[in-house]
Write a protein that binds this ligand. Structure first.
Ligand code: G6P
Length: 432
């Protein structure tokens, strides 16, 4: 028996995940797959659940699919629990984006104040999930994709006994862009990656074991091979800056390096087709129309227009590496524990790690390069305060968290954003 439970199973991303389990069914024979969602997500759960059942049938694999709103029934004796919940659904994300933009501050799902707010709604729920797991499946692995994935994983590491890893599609999508540049298979590419979730960079890139860093970084400066995600505006960095950087950044770093331009772009986009959350809501609506078609039996191509396209490759290969004790290298969110001396040991970082049955063994990195050290350290301090605020519900800690974020330009604005956020999220903040 291999029982996998997905919390937030009604998400439009679920077919992506199942596609990964189907592809790997030989090495990772999931026999029971439980999709769990809350009452408010029941309609989506049934719609996506129908597609999941058709996909399993078409694949002809031995897997039973269960749909439920009773989380505890699902968690009993689970082996792996994956989380992709969105407390308050996309409407809450849209508010997270719009409130800071009112004050000329970045309005984004995870970077900046939006990540703070999403963490406040999410952490209490996931810590409750961990309590249930401690009772019902204490040996299970929690594989968290819920954003902000790094912050949420840090909260779980600090406040529960459950074994957990945080994962993100970002590093894999960077490697896919390298593979595309050289017209090779994604499997030929590996890289040394370091940073925090949505704040990573690769300073060494390998193609079939050969170091191609210098060539690839030169191509980046020429404007090819640039990393892009569907959900991040594609503004180019100045050529001399890219040359000076001499590493390969995840596109989210542009929110810091091109802060003013990105905010202007977001405001322009908001006034045209809506914020990214509003546009994701429209894509989601189309996806559910497809899912409701009984003729559809596979992951639809349209899912690639979401920022998290291909995340199942990351999720399922990491689950398989644990299950099969593979000792493979993957990029995960896990405790620093000395991987870099420039961050506290108890910080969750995103890094290369050897994955086996015991979990993640991060590969020593050493000191962070000065060109990103300050940025990473200050975002980490913000994350630490964000976790503390989410757990304690202390207003002052929350204010310090927002005020310490490098993209919040003044404490007066931090206070305004916080007050608006707390008022708009009253239904989701039991801790405040
Ligand atoms: C990227 C990030 C994910 C994020 C997603 C948003 O893939 O790595 O953490 O959830 O984009 O995509 P969306 O389509 O919802 O804007």
């Amino acid at each position: 028996k291999l029982k996998v439970v997905t919390l937030g199973g009604g998400s439009s991303y679920t077919p992506e995940l199942l596609d990964g389990f189907i592809k790997r069914h030989k090495e990772l024979p999931v026999t029971e797959y439980w999709l769990v969602d809350v009452e408010a997500g029941k309609e989506k759960l049934e719609s996506v659940g129908g597609l999941i059942q058709r996909m399993v049938k078409k694949a002809g694999i031995n897997m039973t699919v269960h749909l439920t709103t009773q989380r505890r029934d699902a968690l009993k004796d689970a082996d792996f629990v994956t989380t992709q919940i969105r407390v308050g659904q996309l409407d809450a994300r849209i508010q997270d984006e719009k409130i800071p933009l009112k004050y000329g501050v970045l309005g984004q799902e995870t970077t900046g104040p939006g990540g703070f707010m999403k963490a406040q709604r999410t952490i209490p729920v996931l810590l409750d999930v961990c309590k249930d797991m401690e009772e019902l499946c204490p040996d299970a692995w929690l594989i968290n994709f819920t954003n902000p994935a790094g912050i949420v994983t840090e909260a779980i590491e600090k406040h529960s006994a459950i074994k957990s890893l945080g994962i993100c599609s970002g590093a894999n999508s960077m490697m896919m862009d390298v593979a595309k540049t050289y017209n090779v298979d994604r499997k030929s590419i590996s890289a040394r990656i370091m940073g925090l979730n949505h704040l990573i960079f690769a300073d060494q890139i390998m193609l079939d074991g050969k170091d191609i860093s210098a060539d690839f970084f030169a191509r980046l400066a020429e404007g090819t091979g640039n990393h892009t995600l569907k959900n991040v505006p594609d503004l180019g960095l100045p050529r001399e800056f890219v040359k000076a950087l001499n590493f390969y950044p995840l596109s989210y770093l542009k929110y810091f390096w091109l802060n003013r331009e990105m905010v202007e772009k977001e405001i322009e986009e908001m006034n045209q087709g809506g914020t990214r959350g509003e546009r994701s809501k429209a894509i989601e609506k189309q996806l559910f129309e497809l899912y409701n078609d009984p003729a559809l039996c596979e992951k639809p191509k349209a899912l690639e227009s979401r920022g998290g396209a291909w995340y199942s490759d990351t999720a399922c290969s990491i689950i398989s590496a644990i299950y099969n004790n593979k000792k493979e290298i993957h990029v995960v969110n896990t405790l620093n524990n000395g991987t870099t001396r420039d961050l506290p040991d108890a910080s969750v970082i995103e890094t290369n790690a050897v994955i086996d049955k015991q979990g993640a063994h991060p590969i020593t990195y050493g000191p962070l390069p000065a060109r990103v050290r300050g940025l990473i350290q200050s975002v980490k301090a913000f994350e630490e305060l964000t976790v503390e605020a989410a757990v304690t519900g202390n207003y002052h800690t929350a204010l310090l968290a927002l005020a310490s974020h490098p993209l919040v330009p003044s404490v007066i604005i931090a206070e305004k954003i916080l007050n608006d956020y707390l008022a708009a999220n009253r239904d989701f903040l039991p801790q405040f």
